[in-house]
Ligand binder design. Structure first.
Ligand SMILES: [Zn+2]
Ligand SMILES: [Zn+2]
Length: 325
């Protein structure tokens, strides 16, 4: 909930009392308070009388009053200059709510001058979505004639945002690949665990979601087991065997079974010993690290959340929603 100045509304009870009048202004703004203490006179320079009237109307009355479109920009500037944070937030939200391509450039300049980051970002987002419409506005043409630096700044901002988006998409795509590899490792464990179980009843239940991937992996492993014997070719000569071998090698790198415990995945202990003896390159180490991280993240995402934590999250979210309503 916002903290409104305590004396707002007092003038309705005592509208002609000059002491109360000063108290209201002083309570609303530390800048006005200082002016009243220093000279007893408040001079608002550089603003139209209509803007000052609107400013005082908001200071005196309930701040839930509707804000007119023609006064919101002046109110934002005055609230910033006289340090009235609640009015600044209202005016900033009001300008942002009525934002369009025609007003975006002026609103962005105002946001920069008044240190209003939410409005600034709203303008930048709008320009990012429809730059052509913003470039057709009078504000943009005016900036072209008088403030080229602003145009450059906006274009640079959009360029940086595009680059950030591309970078983020690349990161997400690579995370998806590591997640798939981590899932493939879990499936390999399950396939060979099930194959090693004598009693079918004790095998782990098949998961509907990974059915297709599991079948593909099983076929690949069957091919790997048969191909070398049938064709008598080395692993490197067959692309499917090469793929299967890389998966088995990755399994050996992430397999965390303790030394004495036998692993049912083929070649696991041989490949572990070989890698330990010969070492692995940096790229492989990085791949292993990222697959392990994806496995940990996946386990965290799938874990059962305790009831008490669920309840406290629900409570927190309902309070948060009420605060922003
Ligand atoms: Zn093969
Ligand atoms: Zn293993």
């Amino acid at each position: 909930m916002m903290n409104y100045p305590p004396l707002i509304g007092f003038s309705a009870i005592c509208p002609v009392n000059p002491v109360a009048d000063d108290q209201i202004k002083a309570a609303a703004s530390p800048v006005l308070e200082q002016m009243i203490v220093d000279s007893g006179v408040v001079r608002v320079l550089g603003a139209s009388s209509a803007a000052v009237a609107a400013f005082l109307r908001f200071l005196y009355r309930c701040p839930d009053d509707p804000m007119e479109e023609e006064e919101e920009e002046a109110l934002l500037a005055l609230a910033h200059a006289y340090r009235v944070p609640w009015l600044k937030r209202l005016a900033e939200a009001s300008v942002a709510a009525r934002l369009n391509a025609e007003r975006a450039v002026d609103a962005m300049k105002l946001a920069a001058l008044c240190d209003a980051p939410r409005l600034y970002m709203a303008c930048a987002r709008l320009a990012g979505k429809d730059l052509a419409a913003v470039q057709a506005s009078e504000g943009w043409r005016f900036a072209g004639r008088h403030d080229v630096a602003f145009q450059l700044e906006l274009l640079q901002l959009l360029h940086d945002a595009d680059q950030r988006k591309e970078r983020w998409e690349r990161v997400r795509a690579s995370q998806h690949v590591y997640r798939q590899l981590s899932d493939a490792m879990a499936l390999l464990d399950r396939i060979f665990f099930d194959a090693g179980e004598e009693a079918c009843a004790e095998a782990s239940p098949p998961c509907e979601l990974d059915g297709g991937v599991r079948r593909g992996l099983e076929q690949l492993m069957r091919h790997f087991a048969a191909c070398g014997r049938r064709t008598r070719k080395p692993v490197a000569a067959c692309p499917r065997c090469r793929r299967a071998f890389q998966l088995l090698r990755l399994h050996a790198s992430v397999c965390d079974l303790a030394g004495g415990e036998p692993c049912r995945v083929p070649l696991c202990s041989n490949l572990k010993a070989k890698m330990q003896e010969e070492g692995v390159d940096k790229t492989w180490k990085l791949l292993v690290k990222k697959v392990i991280r994806a496995r940990v993240m996946s386990a965290l995402a799938n874990r059962e959340v305790p009831e008490v934590v669920k309840k406290s999250w629900a409570k927190y979210n309902s309070r948060r929603t009420a605060r922003f309503r």
